[in-house]
Design a binder for this molecule. Sequence first.
Ligand code: G16
Length: 528
Amino acid sequence: MTKNTIYTYGTAGFRGKADTLEKAVARCGIAACLRSQQLNGQTIGVMITASHNPVNDNGVKIIDANGGMLDQTWEPLCTRLANASSESELEAAIKEIETVIANPSYSSVKPSVVLASDTRPSSPHLSKTLINALQSRNADFYDYGLLTTPQLHWLIQAINENSEYHVPSSIPHIESYYKTLSSSFVDLCKQFVPFETGKTKLIIDCANGVGAIHLEKLCSMLLPFLEIELVNKNTEQTDLLNKNCGADFVKTTQSLPAGLSGTLSPMQLCASFDGDADRVVFYFVDSAKKFHLLDGDKISVLAAKQLSACIKASQLDLKLGVIQTAYANGASTVYLEDELNIRAECVLTGVKHLEKAAREYDIGVYFEANGHGTVVFSKSCLQKLDTLPANATGEQRSAVNLLKGLSTLCNQAIGDSISDTLMVVFLLQVLGWNAADWLNMYHDLPNALAKATVRNRFEFVCTDADRRLVKPSGLQQIVDEIMRPYESARAFIRASGTEDAVRVYVEASSQKDVDKMMQAIMELLTVY
Ligand code: G16
């Protein structure tokens, strides 16, 4: 970002080159304090991370008091704060927010904020900048240091749901996260996985990011049901972060990450996290060394299948929904609706949109194809699970126990690659499936995802949940013409919310057709 660049608080907060972010980070500190005061001192989180982006980037995002993404009405307020270019403009922006706050006694409320960061070399300095801003607002704060993004979301939910916690003196430690996830996983396995199934082995590519640090600690707690081997776990050599590895690399290149090529045994299930461990994709190679991807859609469908069977067996009136985006493979949507009879909703890209839609259901499954998602259980659903009638059958009780176990295993605040991985391993064990069984649930339409650099990505405006362009004028019609000759063809172009590029997604009934369409669209974009 240059001096004149406008900061825009988007789907992942503020992101950019690390050396341009100081002001945005400090202003997020102020915004977090004001939000906390609006909510009578509930704790707000600030995470310093640029997730899957290169090591020289960084970012900052605010986590709301419920542990979810920041309330969307605050996004323009954060943008306004970050772009204030003088003390007087900053004062004016704060005054404007004070009128929005609508809490007459807010000024007497002490703000409460917790923060954490990923392993980027720029993160300590940006954390310090944030802390200075928090101190200037006289906030109570606690710095958790190195956490994955979903861990900070989880901790904030725990802090605000439990009146015994108070920042900074009495806070939940990360060990409570390890303990909750590991005991939920082990309990579920003890109850539902046949003894003779034995231990699953999983290889996890940590993208040389913060996930490695926490998995190292969690692994031993998962025995005897899961043995994890970590690769790409070097967080010391920071230039390795996300380099030729991690969830984004594996999903976009549809190939093995560095550190696994050549050495991998056929049928061995592997997973890749991204740099802040909020996305996960799975994969394996077959006996012919062919690579097979099991992405967010596959995770979603696997979870939906088991959840819908449990809801049926429980005989409870629970509404299950699956939320996808335009990137969901068309075959996954057809399978959900035609085979599993579950409604699949398509919303805008960005986890904040999926999360919001998922919370409309008793049990909402949301995953982006890139591996970002979780399963959320509503409060009323949890109450129903706790109040089974005394004459309930063994089958009903068993189904309810499985659902309850998943509600504590799955991160209820946000998509989490660690908890998602444990859920997948557990579900595969319950079904007695190997990676190929999971792959063969349905067959993905051949597809490709690419990134194109354009002069101004903000000129690309979409409608219909990102599936059609309305601007630049006439471009969608040309894309329609490109698609016309091909069977089951679908393609769209949308501006990235996190990178200075537009993304292009293409699917069709054959890889050859996908490649031809992709080439034509990429050529088309060279003039924009
Ligand atoms: C963020 C968002 C995701 C989104 C991704 C890519 O992920 O949280 O919801 O899918 O960016 O967004 P875009 O295509 O707009 O760049 P992450 O893992 O980078 O935080």
